[in-house]
Ligand binder design. Structure first.
Ligand code: NI
Length: 169
C-alpha cells in the first residue's frame, strides 16, 4: 500500500536543502518512490522531487502522459547543457508553491543522465516537457525554486500569501 506524503510548501526552509547522492538501491528506495508517485498523482502534479516530501536524497518521480499511467523514476539525475542551445520559455507550476504559475526560461538542448531503481545507468537527450520538467525537479534537489527566477518583489508577495494561507490550516 502506498502512503500519501506531506508536501512542503514555500517558504519552508527545508526546501532549500541540497539533496545527497543515492548509493543504496534497496527496498526502502523503492518504497519511497512508490509513495512519492502516489503523492504526486493525488496532488495532480506531473513531477515531484524527494526534497518536496522532506527526504533529502537525489530522487525524482514524474508522469507526463495524458492518461497518467506512465510513471518515471529518476535516481541521481543530472544534466549538461549542450553548447548549441536556446532558452525557451514555458509556464511552470510547482506543488510546493500552490497558486503560482510563471514563465521560466530554460535551455532546450540538454543531455540527461540518471540511474533507475536497480542502479542501472541511462542517458538521453530529452525534448519538450521532459527536458523542462527534469530541469525543474533537479532544481529542487539543489534547494532551488521557481520563485528564484522572478523578481524579489514578486517572490515576497508569494511568500506572504502562502505564509498566511498555510498558517490557517
Ligand atoms: Ni516543483
Amino acid at each position: 500500500m502506498s502512503k500519501k506524503l506531506k508536501i512542503l510548501v514555500f517558504p519552508d526552509p527545508k526546501l532549500r536543502t541540497v539533496a545527497k547522492k543515492i548509493t543504496k538501491f534497496d527496498k526502502s528506495l523503492e518504497k519511497l518512490s512508490d509513495n512519492m508517485l502516489h503523492t504526486m498523482y493525488d496532488a495532480n502534479g506531473i513531477g515531484l522531487a524527494a526534497t518536496q516530501v522532506d527526504e533529502h536524497i537525489r530522487l525524482v518521480v514524474m508522469d507526463l502522459s495524458e492518461d497518467r499511467n506512465e510513471p518515471m523514476v529518476f535516481v541521481n539525475p543530472e544534466y549538461k547543457v549542450q553548447k548549441e542551445h536556446k532558452l525557451v520559455e514555458f509556464e511552470e507550476g510547482c506543488l510546493s508553491i500552490p497558486g503560482f504559475n510563471h514563465n521560466i526560461a530554460r535551455p532546450d538542448n540538454i543531455e540527461l543522465k540518471w540511474q533507475d531503481l536497480k542502479g542501472k545507468e541511462h542517458e538521453i537527450k530529452p525534448e519538450g516537457m521532459l527536458s523542462i520538467c527534469i530541469q525543474h525537479e533537479i532544481d529542487h534537489l539543489e534547494g532551488k525554486l521557481m520563485v528564484d527566477y522572478v523578481s524579489a518583489l514578486k517572490r515576497d508577495r508569494v511568500r506572504k500569501r502562502l505564509l498566511k494561507e498555510f498558517k490557517r490550516k
